[in-house]
Design a binder for this molecule. Structure first.
Ligand code: GTP
Length: 824
């Protein structure tokens, strides 16, 4: 076995065949070799962006001679890589190059020499740049990126390093990835002040360039510890690192913590769940390409990485399988079946790689050397020789770029739509923030605009013209209509005018109205008293209705959304105050109007109203109700009594009989005396209120030991009962009295009904006029009168700090989106 370090051996072997080149700082460069990384001197234009496209030998040589670790392996003898392949790694160190142009390489397009992926990958990178300062955008618009997942120590970071071609990630037995590392590779051909050197920059240390990659490694480690502590805990807060180099392709790679099972150090007991959740949050996005890393010395069928990738990407259209540690498999075994997808089939297939071992790291072997070793390993291996499409970091880089390019192309339309919808959202936000006001005139214009819109919106809400028409509930004016018709009017309909009035009450009123005389007719006075008593009951619900409408309008005004006003909280407050005062004025006027109406109603009981019940009909109805059967006939046969009662009734009423008046009183309304009369007819004498119809006076009888005693039989002292303080007529009325009571009720109902209808009509009209329509007509002028004053502008149009900064930020985001939209 040779004692030479293996890198020297490899370099020697590689340079042994004619034309082979090893391009590193210590090796002479063949400047005739044609394939190189991206060239800054040639560009293509996509949209408005100019993108570097072709690789030229000379530039690569420059970068190599400038100390980059770029290395070109030009192998004619290679048995692993087909001599037709032209392969360029993503990073700087692995441009494998054969002489034959037009082959399937990923650094060059077959026919025109354009690097594959160069047309879209820079575009995505550009978008990443544009979105980078805006965290909100990167969470809403998912740009394509490559995420490396796998179990702990499976070799994820090693794969990334190999792809980048630089040694910069913290690695080692005790070191593991504990925070997501977002690695943006950026092709930067020449800087005005630069000398072509590569450097890294962290988002958390803006402007600080790290030219020393071991310093980058240290910073990653320290930054990890700052967030996740010095023990083994993890954090999902990203570390964002950008690598600027003339030798990288533009791409974003994400290194995630490895899947672990058993908590160690100060890891929480649910560490596995947390890591899996973090991984899923990355790979679930359709824009993400998954590099599922599994070490060859474990069972592929139980690979955590493949399992998770399968869940996130069931079709396998964005998962590439990576098998590491092929060099340390059990002797006598190989990964042939793994690589060919015979164990776990994968649509995009597998690539086997060999990274640096721990020993290599300890001995500071550079990535370039490791790549050379890998190349050598595969060339010499009896099984892998024939699987060159499935082996090596360069193959992985090639596959990755191809998949990424196709993926980006497929995602572009969706991406464009996403950007557009974000633009609309931000534009709406900007609309809320409005323009900056630089003068009193600007302020005045803004104020007028807001007041007009506010009043317009309120009117629309009341009129049902609001654009945001709900299908779930009544809003705006419809609520007022509901209040009028289904609450106020309906409630008045339900009120029984005789509610709370017993027959006894009515009879008492009737008797009181004739004083010491007998009740001959149905007198008007008790009717008026009773009518007034019932009418006044309508005042309360009328005023209540007015106040409910007031509440509704207040609610509407505060829900009335004028976006332009959102930035002026003081203005909103003032408007609310003025609005309340304005409506209260309207309420006062309407209240006066309604109360005035009731005063008018109470003042004069107009029994000549054309709709008031005809007296004779009232009597007839009363009679029929009292004697519905034969008795009625008997009663009606007494022409004089009917006529008389009819005449009497006419004397208090005049008009047709509405249907509802004819309703049969409910059982408790039936005059108690109905049917209790001793069969006495109530003819002429009853009309004139004398004799027959009257019960013997209470005072002509008194009880002795519970039995009635005829006082006339007592010849000694004739005693009279003393009147009690409170006196009511006797409970049992005669039939005639019952008729009078019933007629009074009918008249009461009839009159009440007339008034109720007026109220049902008048109250909504009044409220509409003095409140709702008044608001529509006069609110704007009131606002202007009270607010359009230059000395108030600064106060009411004062913007909060967050509005000012929010507007600035929204503008920047909008511009970023506009730029990216144009790019796409
Ligand atoms: N021999 C050999 N060792 C490897 C290979 N790939 C990785 N290793 C070693 O495996 C160990 C873990 O590698 P890392 O790249 O840190 O693995 P990781 O998956 O990033 O680890 P975590 O971030 O902790 O999950 C290191 O010591 C590497 O040197 C390989 O292909 N061959």
């Amino acid at each position: 076995m040779s004692t030479k370090p293996y890198n020297s051996r490899v370099l020697q072997r590689l340079s042994s065949s004619k034309g082979d080149q090893i391009d590193n700082p210590n090796t002479p460069v063949d400047r005739s070799s044609p394939i190189l990384p991206i060239d800054s001197t040639r560009t293509i234009t996509i949209g408005s962006s100019v993108i570097p496209i072709a690789n030229t030998r000379s530039d690569s040589m420059n970068s190599a001679s400038n100390g980059s670790s770029w290395i070109a392996l030009n192998r004619h003898r290679s048995s692993v890589f087909d001599s037709t392949d032209t392969v360029t790694a993503i990073g700087s160190s692995v441009a494998l190059n054969t002489e034959r142009r037009g082959s399937l390489g990923f650094s060059k397009d077959l026919n025109n020499g354009v690097a594959i992926g160069a047309s879209v990958i820079p575009l995505v990178n550009k978008l990443q740049d544009i979105f980078a300062p805006f965290k909100c955008l990167s969470s809403k618009i998912k740009l394509p990126q490559v995420v490396v997942i796998g179990s702990q120590s499976s070799g994820k970071s090693s794969v990334l390093e190999a792809l980048v071609g630089r040694d910069f990630l913290p690695r080692g037995c005790d070191i593991c990835t504990r925070r997501p590392l977002v690695l943006q590779l950026e092709n930067r051909q020449c800087e005005s002040d630069g000398d072509g050197r590569e450097w890294g920059e962290f988002l958390h240390l803006p402007g600080k360039r790290f030219y020393d990659f071991s310093a980058i490694r240290r910073e990653i480690q320290e930054e990890t510890e700052r967030e996740a502590g010095i023990n083994k805990d993890i954090s999902d807060k990203q570390i964002r690192l950008r690598i600027f180099s003339p030798n990288v392709l533009n791409i974003t790679l994400v290194d995630l913590p490895g899947i672990t099972k058993v908590p160690v150090g100060d890891q929480p007991s649910d560490i596995e769940k947390r890591i899996r959740t973090m991984i899923v949050s990355y790979i679930n996005h359709k824009a993400c390409i998954i590099l599922a890393v599994t070490p060859a010395n474990s069972d592929l069928a139980t690979s955590d990485a493949l399992q998770m990738a399968k869940k996130a990407d069931p079709s396998g259209s964005r998962t590439i399988g990576v098998i590491t540690k092929l060099d340390i498999m059990d002797r006598g075994t190989d990964a042939r079946n793994f690589l060919l997808g015979k164990v776990v089939p994968l649509r995009l297939g597998y690539v086997g790689v060999i990274n640096r071992s721990q020993e290599d790291i300890n001995r500071n072997r550079c990535v370039a050397e490791a790549l050379a070793y890998e190349q050598n390993f595969f060339c010499d291996h009896p099984v892998y020789q024939s699987l060159h499409n499935h082996c090596g970091i360069p193959q992985l880089a090639k596959k990755l770029n191809l998949v990424l390019e196709q993926h980006i192309r497929a995602l572009l339309p969706e991406l464009k739509a996403d950007i557009k919808s974000q633009m609309d959202a931000v534009a709406a936000q900007l609309n809320i923030y409005g323009e900056v006001m630089n003068s009193k005139a600007d302020q005045g214009a803004v104020l007028l605009n807001i007041l007009t819109k506010y009043c317009g919106a309120l009117s629309s809400l009341v009129n049902g013209k609001s654009q945001e028409m709900s299908t779930l509930e009544l809003t705006g004016g419809a609520r007022i209509h509901y209040l009028f018709q289904s609450v106020f009017v309906k409630r008045l309909e339900e009120v029984d005018p005789c509610d709370g009035l017993t027959d006894e009450d009515i009879w008492t009123a009737i008797q009181n109205s004739v004083g010491p005389k007998n009740v001959l007719f149905v007198p008007e006075v008790p009717l008026e008293v009773l009518v007034r008593r019932q009418i006044v009951r309508l005042l309360d619900p009328s005023l209540k209705c007015l106040h409910l409408v007031f509440d509704e309008l207040i609610k509407m005004s505060s829900s009335c959304d004028v976006v332009e006003m959102q930035r002026f909280p003081f203005l909103k407050k003032r408007l609310d105050g003025i609005m309340r005062e304005f409506l209260q004025d309207g309420v006062q006027t309407a209240e006066k109007m309604i109360e005035g109406y009731f005063e008018v109603e109470m003042d004069y009981i107009n029994t000549s109203h054309p709709n008031f019940i005809d007296g004779s009909e009232a009597v007839e109805i009363a009679i029929q109700q009292l004697r519905p059967s034969k008795d009625a006939e008997k009663l009606t046969a007494s022409g004089r009594s009917i006529k008389s009662l009819g005449v009497l009734a006419k004397s208090v009423s005049n008009g047709s009989l509405p249907d509802h008046v004819c309703q049969t009183p409910s059982s408790n309304e039936k005059p108690q005396s109905a049917g209790s009369s001793s069969g006495r007819s109530w003819g002429i004498s009853s009309i004139f209120g004398a004799g027959e119809g009257r019960r013997p006076s209470e005072f002509s009888e008194r009880e002795t030991n519970g039995k009635p005693v005829n006082v006339h039989e007592h010849s000694s002292i004739i005693q009279l009962k003393e009147l009690p303080d409170s006196l009511r007529p006797s409970e049992a009325q005669t039939e005639y009295e019952s008729v009078k009571i019933l007629v009074t009720k009918l008249l009461l109902r009839s009159y009440y009904d007339i008034v109720r209808r007026h109220v049902q009509d008048f109250v909504p009209k009044t409220i509409m006029h003095f409140l709702v329509s008044h608001m529509k007509r006069n609110l704007l002028s009131t606002f202007i009168q009270k607010l359009y004053r230059e000395n108030l502008f600064d106060e009411i149009l004062h913007e909060q700090e967050d509005v000012i900064s929010g507007r600035k930020r929204a503008r920047e985001i909008y511009e970023a989106l506009q730029n990216s939209f144009q790019e796409v």
